[in-house]
Design a protein around this ligand. Structure first.
Ligand SMILES: Nc1ccn([C@@H]2O[C@H](COP(=O)(O)O)[C@@H](O)[C@H]2O)c(=O)n1
Ligand SMILES: C[C@@]1(CO)OP(=O)(O)OP(=O)(O)OC[C@H]1O
Length: 183
C-alpha cells in the first residue's frame, strides 16, 4: 500500500466560470493558471504522484511548457492514472476537500466524481469529494481563490485482479505511452 497527499491553490481572476474536477461551474470570476486551473485535479495528481514517489505535477507538466497552456487538467489526471497502472497499483480510495466560500461545490460534487472515476478507471465508492468554507477567514475566506486537498491510498494490483480501464481516453493514452495494464 502507498499513501499520497496533494494540495493546490489558484487565485481568482477575470472570468465567467471555474473548472473543478473537470466540471465547468458558472461563477463571477475565473481562476488564474497556465492550464485550466483545476485545483481539484491538480491536488489529486500530486497525491497520486506522491504515492508513487514520482515528484509532482510541475515536474511532469512544467508551467514553462506552452503545450499545457489552457489544457484540460483531465489530461494530467489521465497521465497520472496511466503511471499508477504502469507501476502496478490501483486506487484503493481518494478523499478530496475543496476549500472556498464560493462557488458552492455540493451541487456539482457528483458530476466531478463521475469525471474523476472515469479518468482513474475506478468505481464511485473509491472517490469522495467534500467542500468547506474557512468561515470567511484567510485567503479563501476573503474570496481570493480556491484551495484543494487530496489524499489517496494505492494498493498493489495482482495480475489476476488487473483492470483494463473502461475510459477509452485512458486506454488510448496508455497505448501511446506503451503502458501495459496487465504488466
Ligand atoms: N464552497 C462550499 C463550501 C461548503 N459547502 C457545503 O457546505 C457545508 C458547510 O460548510 P462550512 O464551511 O460552513 O462547514 C459543507 O459541509 C459542504 O457540504 C459547499 O457545498 N461548497
Ligand atoms: C498544471 C500546471 C501545468 O503547467 O500549471 P498551472 O495550471 O498553473 O497549475 P499549478 O498547480 O500552478 O502548476 C502545475 C503545472 O504543472
Amino acid at each position: 500500500m502507498r499513501i499520497g497527499q496533494g494540495f493546490d491553490v489558484h487565485a481568482f481572476g477575470p472570468g465567467t466560470h471555474v473548472v473543478l474536477g473537470g466540471v465547468s461551474i458558472p461563477h463571477t470570476q475565473g481562476l488564474l493558471a497556465h492550464s485550466d486551473g483545476d485545483v481539484v485535479i491538480h491536488a489529486l495528481c500530486d497525491a497520486i504522484l506522491g504515492a508513487l514517489a514520482l515528484g509532482d505535477i510541475g515536474r511532469h507538466f512544467p508551467p514553462s511548457d506552452e503545450r499545457w497552456r489552457n489544457v484540460s487538467s483531465r489530461h494530467f489526471l489521465l497521465h497520472c492514472a496511466g503511471l499508477m497502472i504502469e507501476n502496478g497499483y490501483q486506487l484503493a480510495n481518494a478523499d478530496l476537500t475543496v476549500i472556498c466560500e464560493t462557488p458552492r461545490i455540493g451541487p456539482h460534487a457528483e458530476a466531478m466524481r463521475t469525471n474523476l472515476c472515469a479518468d482513474l478507471g475506478c468505481g464511485r465508492q473509491e472517490v469522495n469529494i467534500k467542500a468547506t468554507t474557512t468561515e470567511k477567514l484567510g485567503f479563501t475566506g476573503r474570496g481570493e481563490g480556491i484551495a484543494a486537498q487530496a489524499v489517496v491510498l494505492l494498493q498493489r494490483r495482482g495480475k489476476s485482479a488487473a483492470v483494463i480501464p473502461e475510459n477509452p481516453e485512458l486506454r488510448t493514452l496508455m497505448a501511446e505511452l506503451d503502458l501495459d495494464p496487465l504488466k
